[in-house]
Design a protein around this ligand. Structure first.
Ligand code: SF4
Length: 319
Protein backbone atom coordinates (compact mmCIF):
# COMPACT_ATOMS: atom_id res chain seq x y z
CA UNK A 1 0.00 0.00 0.00
CA UNK A 2 1.43 3.37 -0.92
CA UNK A 3 2.06 5.88 1.86
CA UNK A 4 -0.72 8.31 0.82
CA UNK A 5 -3.36 5.52 0.89
CA UNK A 6 -2.15 4.30 4.27
CA UNK A 7 -2.29 7.85 5.68
CA UNK A 8 -5.79 8.36 4.27
CA UNK A 9 -7.03 5.22 6.01
CA UNK A 10 -5.49 6.25 9.32
CA UNK A 11 -7.07 9.70 9.01
CA UNK A 12 -10.48 8.08 8.36
CA UNK A 13 -10.04 5.97 11.50
CA UNK A 14 -8.98 9.03 13.49
CA UNK A 15 -12.12 10.87 12.40
CA UNK A 16 -14.27 7.89 13.36
CA UNK A 17 -12.80 7.69 16.87
CA UNK A 18 -12.87 11.44 17.25
CA UNK A 19 -16.61 11.43 16.68
CA UNK A 20 -17.13 8.45 18.97
CA UNK A 21 -15.34 10.13 21.89
CA UNK A 22 -16.56 13.65 21.06
CA UNK A 23 -12.92 14.70 20.78
CA UNK A 24 -11.05 17.70 19.37
CA UNK A 25 -7.51 17.75 17.98
CA UNK A 26 -5.35 20.73 18.92
CA UNK A 27 -2.02 20.98 17.08
CA UNK A 28 0.94 23.31 17.39
CA UNK A 29 2.38 25.12 14.37
CA UNK A 30 5.58 23.04 14.67
CA UNK A 31 3.86 19.67 14.23
CA UNK A 32 4.48 17.53 11.15
CA UNK A 33 2.43 18.57 8.06
CA UNK A 34 0.12 15.52 8.22
CA UNK A 35 -0.71 16.33 11.86
CA UNK A 36 -1.32 20.00 11.04
CA UNK A 37 -3.70 18.84 8.31
CA UNK A 38 -5.95 16.89 10.73
CA UNK A 39 -6.10 19.60 13.42
CA UNK A 40 -9.38 21.18 14.42
CA UNK A 41 -7.39 24.06 15.86
CA UNK A 42 -3.86 24.84 14.73
CA UNK A 43 -1.91 27.58 16.43
CA UNK A 44 0.77 28.80 18.81
CA UNK A 45 0.78 28.10 22.56
CA UNK A 46 -1.55 31.00 23.37
CA UNK A 47 -4.11 30.14 20.70
CA UNK A 48 -4.13 26.51 21.79
CA UNK A 49 -4.49 27.41 25.47
CA UNK A 50 -7.50 29.58 24.56
CA UNK A 51 -9.00 26.76 22.47
CA UNK A 52 -8.52 24.30 25.35
CA UNK A 53 -10.27 26.70 27.70
CA UNK A 54 -13.35 27.19 25.54
CA UNK A 55 -13.86 23.83 23.80
CA UNK A 56 -17.07 21.92 24.35
CA UNK A 57 -15.48 18.59 23.35
CA UNK A 58 -15.11 15.91 26.05
CA UNK A 59 -11.63 14.83 24.98
CA UNK A 60 -8.71 17.03 23.88
CA UNK A 61 -5.99 15.27 21.86
CA UNK A 62 -3.02 17.54 22.23
CA UNK A 63 -0.54 17.34 19.37
CA UNK A 64 2.25 19.33 20.92
CA UNK A 65 4.60 18.85 23.86
CA UNK A 66 4.01 17.87 27.49
CA UNK A 67 3.78 21.32 29.11
CA UNK A 68 1.11 22.35 26.57
CA UNK A 69 -1.05 19.35 27.42
CA UNK A 70 -0.57 20.15 31.12
CA UNK A 71 -1.73 23.73 30.49
CA UNK A 72 -4.86 22.40 28.75
CA UNK A 73 -5.55 20.06 31.70
CA UNK A 74 -5.16 22.92 34.18
CA UNK A 75 -7.42 25.26 32.20
CA UNK A 76 -10.17 22.76 31.63
CA UNK A 77 -10.06 20.13 34.40
CA UNK A 78 -13.40 18.62 33.39
CA UNK A 79 -11.94 17.38 30.08
CA UNK A 80 -9.79 14.35 29.31
CA UNK A 81 -6.51 15.63 27.85
CA UNK A 82 -4.48 13.11 25.84
CA UNK A 83 -0.85 13.45 24.74
CA UNK A 84 -0.10 10.88 22.00
CA UNK A 85 3.56 10.49 23.09
CA UNK A 86 4.67 10.99 26.69
CA UNK A 87 8.26 11.51 25.59
CA UNK A 88 7.33 14.75 23.80
CA UNK A 89 9.08 17.16 26.19
CA UNK A 90 10.81 20.52 25.77
CA UNK A 91 14.45 21.41 26.38
CA UNK A 92 13.45 24.97 27.32
CA UNK A 93 10.91 23.82 29.93
CA UNK A 94 13.58 21.49 31.34
CA UNK A 95 16.02 24.36 31.81
CA UNK A 96 14.49 25.35 35.18
CA UNK A 97 13.15 23.15 37.99
CA UNK A 98 10.77 24.22 40.74
CA UNK A 99 13.60 23.90 43.29
CA UNK A 100 15.79 26.26 41.25
CA UNK A 101 12.93 28.74 40.98
CA UNK A 102 12.25 28.66 44.74
CA UNK A 103 15.93 29.36 45.41
CA UNK A 104 15.96 32.25 42.89
CA UNK A 105 12.81 33.73 44.45
CA UNK A 106 14.43 33.61 47.90
CA UNK A 107 17.15 35.94 46.56
CA UNK A 108 14.53 38.47 45.33
CA UNK A 109 11.63 38.10 47.80
CA UNK A 110 9.71 41.16 46.49
CA UNK A 111 10.04 40.37 42.80
CA UNK A 112 7.15 39.43 40.51
CA UNK A 113 7.73 36.13 38.68
CA UNK A 114 6.87 36.00 34.97
CA UNK A 115 7.20 32.57 33.39
CA UNK A 116 7.12 31.84 29.73
CA UNK A 117 4.47 29.18 29.08
CA UNK A 118 7.22 26.65 28.28
CA UNK A 119 7.54 25.54 31.90
CA UNK A 120 6.29 22.65 34.04
CA UNK A 121 3.03 22.96 36.01
CA UNK A 122 5.08 23.11 39.25
CA UNK A 123 7.08 26.08 37.96
CA UNK A 124 3.87 27.82 36.85
CA UNK A 125 2.44 27.26 40.35
CA UNK A 126 5.38 29.25 41.77
CA UNK A 127 4.84 32.09 39.26
CA UNK A 128 2.70 35.23 39.37
CA UNK A 129 2.16 35.47 35.60
CA UNK A 130 2.59 33.23 32.59
CA UNK A 131 3.15 34.65 29.12
CA UNK A 132 3.78 33.47 25.58
CA UNK A 133 5.94 35.13 22.96
CA UNK A 134 2.73 36.75 21.61
CA UNK A 135 1.99 38.67 24.80
CA UNK A 136 5.23 38.71 26.86
CA UNK A 137 5.70 42.46 26.35
CA UNK A 138 2.06 43.26 27.30
CA UNK A 139 2.27 41.04 30.39
CA UNK A 140 5.43 42.80 31.63
CA UNK A 141 3.95 46.23 30.80
CA UNK A 142 0.93 45.38 32.99
CA UNK A 143 3.19 45.11 36.07
CA UNK A 144 4.00 48.37 37.94
CA UNK A 145 7.32 49.73 36.68
CA UNK A 146 8.89 49.93 40.13
CA UNK A 147 8.47 46.18 40.71
CA UNK A 148 11.47 43.92 40.12
CA UNK A 149 10.73 41.05 37.74
CA UNK A 150 12.17 37.55 37.51
CA UNK A 151 11.70 36.45 33.89
CA UNK A 152 12.18 32.79 33.00
CA UNK A 153 13.26 30.50 31.47
CA UNK A 154 14.17 31.84 28.00
CA UNK A 155 17.06 34.30 27.95
CA UNK A 156 16.48 35.46 24.36
CA UNK A 157 12.82 36.24 24.94
CA UNK A 158 13.84 37.89 28.25
CA UNK A 159 16.34 40.16 26.47
CA UNK A 160 13.73 41.02 23.86
CA UNK A 161 11.16 41.94 26.55
CA UNK A 162 13.75 43.97 28.46
CA UNK A 163 14.57 45.97 25.34
CA UNK A 164 10.93 46.45 24.27
CA UNK A 165 9.73 47.57 27.71
CA UNK A 166 12.82 49.69 28.46
CA UNK A 167 12.95 48.31 32.01
CA UNK A 168 16.26 47.63 33.74
CA UNK A 169 14.74 45.84 36.75
CA UNK A 170 14.18 42.53 34.91
CA UNK A 171 16.37 39.59 35.99
CA UNK A 172 16.59 36.88 33.32
CA UNK A 173 17.07 33.13 33.76
CA UNK A 174 19.76 31.79 31.41
CA UNK A 175 17.68 29.05 29.76
CA UNK A 176 17.33 28.43 26.06
CA UNK A 177 15.59 26.26 23.50
CA UNK A 178 18.23 24.25 21.68
CA UNK A 179 16.31 24.49 18.40
CA UNK A 180 15.97 28.27 18.38
CA UNK A 181 19.46 28.82 19.78
CA UNK A 182 20.73 26.81 16.78
CA UNK A 183 19.59 29.55 14.36
CA UNK A 184 22.75 31.65 14.26
CA UNK A 185 22.98 35.33 13.18
CA UNK A 186 25.62 34.52 10.52
CA UNK A 187 23.23 32.01 8.91
CA UNK A 188 20.46 34.60 8.82
CA UNK A 189 22.77 37.23 7.33
CA UNK A 190 23.89 34.74 4.68
CA UNK A 191 20.31 33.94 3.57
CA UNK A 192 19.49 37.69 3.50
CA UNK A 193 22.50 38.37 1.28
CA UNK A 194 21.17 35.86 -1.26
CA UNK A 195 17.55 37.08 -1.00
CA UNK A 196 17.77 40.86 -0.48
CA UNK A 197 14.09 41.50 -1.28
CA UNK A 198 12.72 38.97 1.22
CA UNK A 199 10.99 39.91 4.49
CA UNK A 200 12.81 38.48 7.50
CA UNK A 201 10.52 36.94 10.15
CA UNK A 202 12.30 36.30 13.46
CA UNK A 203 10.86 34.56 16.52
CA UNK A 204 11.84 36.26 19.82
CA UNK A 205 12.96 32.91 21.23
CA UNK A 206 15.30 32.46 18.32
CA UNK A 207 19.00 32.77 19.16
CA UNK A 208 19.47 35.48 16.58
CA UNK A 209 16.62 37.76 17.68
CA UNK A 210 18.67 39.96 19.99
CA UNK A 211 21.38 40.37 17.39
CA UNK A 212 18.73 40.89 14.70
CA UNK A 213 17.37 43.83 16.70
CA UNK A 214 20.89 45.21 17.02
CA UNK A 215 21.63 44.72 13.31
CA UNK A 216 18.30 46.33 12.44
CA UNK A 217 19.13 49.35 14.62
CA UNK A 218 22.58 49.57 12.97
CA UNK A 219 21.01 49.51 9.51
CA UNK A 220 22.63 46.18 8.57
CA UNK A 221 19.19 44.56 8.34
CA UNK A 222 16.60 46.66 6.51
CA UNK A 223 14.37 48.42 9.06
CA UNK A 224 11.14 47.82 7.12
CA UNK A 225 11.89 44.19 6.27
CA UNK A 226 12.90 42.75 9.66
CA UNK A 227 9.96 41.65 11.80
CA UNK A 228 10.25 40.17 15.31
CA UNK A 229 7.03 38.18 15.65
CA UNK A 230 5.47 35.29 17.54
CA UNK A 231 4.56 32.26 15.41
CA UNK A 232 0.90 33.36 15.23
CA UNK A 233 1.94 36.88 14.18
CA UNK A 234 4.30 35.42 11.54
CA UNK A 235 1.36 33.65 9.93
CA UNK A 236 -0.73 36.83 9.89
CA UNK A 237 2.17 38.89 8.52
CA UNK A 238 2.92 36.47 5.67
CA UNK A 239 -0.72 36.77 4.55
CA UNK A 240 -0.92 40.55 4.43
CA UNK A 241 2.66 41.56 3.50
CA UNK A 242 3.48 42.82 0.01
CA UNK A 243 6.68 40.74 -0.22
CA UNK A 244 6.77 37.56 -2.33
CA UNK A 245 9.67 36.00 -0.43
CA UNK A 246 10.11 35.41 3.31
CA UNK A 247 13.02 34.17 5.39
CA UNK A 248 11.65 32.32 8.40
CA UNK A 249 13.83 32.19 11.52
CA UNK A 250 12.04 29.68 13.74
CA UNK A 251 11.25 25.95 13.76
CA UNK A 252 10.69 24.87 10.15
CA UNK A 253 7.28 23.22 10.79
CA UNK A 254 5.49 26.56 10.46
CA UNK A 255 6.45 26.82 6.78
CA UNK A 256 3.85 24.16 5.90
CA UNK A 257 1.00 26.47 6.91
CA UNK A 258 2.60 29.53 5.37
CA UNK A 259 2.82 27.74 2.02
CA UNK A 260 -0.72 26.41 2.35
CA UNK A 261 -2.15 29.84 3.13
CA UNK A 262 -0.10 31.73 0.53
CA UNK A 263 0.21 29.91 -2.78
CA UNK A 264 2.59 31.86 -5.02
CA UNK A 265 4.71 33.21 -2.15
CA UNK A 266 8.08 31.66 -1.29
CA UNK A 267 9.23 30.72 2.22
CA UNK A 268 12.85 29.96 3.06
CA UNK A 269 14.08 28.53 6.35
CA UNK A 270 16.89 30.59 7.93
CA UNK A 271 18.24 27.23 9.07
CA UNK A 272 16.60 24.15 7.50
CA UNK A 273 17.97 22.09 10.40
CA UNK A 274 15.93 24.00 12.99
CA UNK A 275 13.70 21.01 13.68
CA UNK A 276 12.27 20.28 17.14
CA UNK A 277 12.63 16.54 17.73
CA UNK A 278 9.97 16.63 20.46
CA UNK A 279 7.33 18.19 18.23
CA UNK A 280 8.03 15.62 15.53
CA UNK A 281 7.38 12.68 17.90
CA UNK A 282 3.63 12.89 17.28
CA UNK A 283 2.58 10.73 14.32
CA UNK A 284 -0.80 9.86 12.80
CA UNK A 285 -0.46 6.32 14.19
CA UNK A 286 0.12 7.64 17.71
CA UNK A 287 -2.87 10.00 17.43
CA UNK A 288 -5.05 7.05 16.43
CA UNK A 289 -3.78 4.91 19.32
CA UNK A 290 -4.31 7.80 21.73
CA UNK A 291 -7.94 8.12 20.64
CA UNK A 292 -8.67 4.39 20.58
CA UNK A 293 -7.07 3.61 23.94
CA UNK A 294 -7.63 7.02 25.52
CA UNK A 295 -3.96 7.47 26.37
CA UNK A 296 -1.82 9.10 27.66
CA UNK A 297 -4.09 11.01 30.03
CA UNK A 298 -2.38 14.16 31.36
CA UNK A 299 -3.39 15.22 34.86
CA UNK A 300 -2.01 17.79 37.28
CA UNK A 301 -2.40 17.47 41.09
CA UNK A 302 -5.21 19.73 42.28
CA UNK A 303 -3.08 21.87 44.58
CA UNK A 304 -0.48 22.56 41.87
CA UNK A 305 -3.16 23.12 39.23
CA UNK A 306 -5.03 25.67 41.39
CA UNK A 307 -1.94 27.85 41.86
CA UNK A 308 -0.73 27.44 38.27
CA UNK A 309 -4.16 28.39 36.94
CA UNK A 310 -3.98 31.89 38.43
CA UNK A 311 -0.77 32.58 36.45
CA UNK A 312 -2.16 30.99 33.27
CA UNK A 313 -5.48 32.89 33.54
CA UNK A 314 -3.54 36.15 33.55
CA UNK A 315 -1.71 35.02 30.39
CA UNK A 316 -4.92 34.14 28.59
CA UNK A 317 -6.61 37.45 29.42
CA UNK A 318 -3.70 39.82 28.60
CA UNK A 319 -2.83 40.67 25.01
S1 SF4 B 1 11.03 24.22 19.65
FE1 SF4 B 1 12.19 24.52 21.55
S2 SF4 B 1 10.77 25.61 22.90
FE2 SF4 B 1 9.55 24.67 21.27
S3 SF4 B 1 8.93 22.66 22.11
FE3 SF4 B 1 10.82 22.35 20.90
S4 SF4 B 1 12.45 22.46 22.46
FE4 SF4 B 1 10.62 23.39 23.38
Amino acid sequence: MIVADKQRLIVEEINKWKEKHHAIILAHNYQMPEIQDIADVLGDSLALARAALTTEADVIVFCGVHFMAETAAILNPGKTVLLPDLEAGCSLADSITVEQLRKWKSEYPDAVVVSYVNTSAEVKAESDYCCTSSNAVEVVNSIPRDKEILFLPDMFLGQFVKRETGRDNIHIWLGECHVHAGIRPDQVEDVIRHHPKADLLVHPECGCSTSSLYLKAEGVLPEDKTHILSTGQMLKHSKVAQADEFIVATEVGIIHQMERQNPGKRFLAANPEAVCPFMKMITLEKVLTALKEKKHVITVPEQVAGKAKQAIDRMVTIG
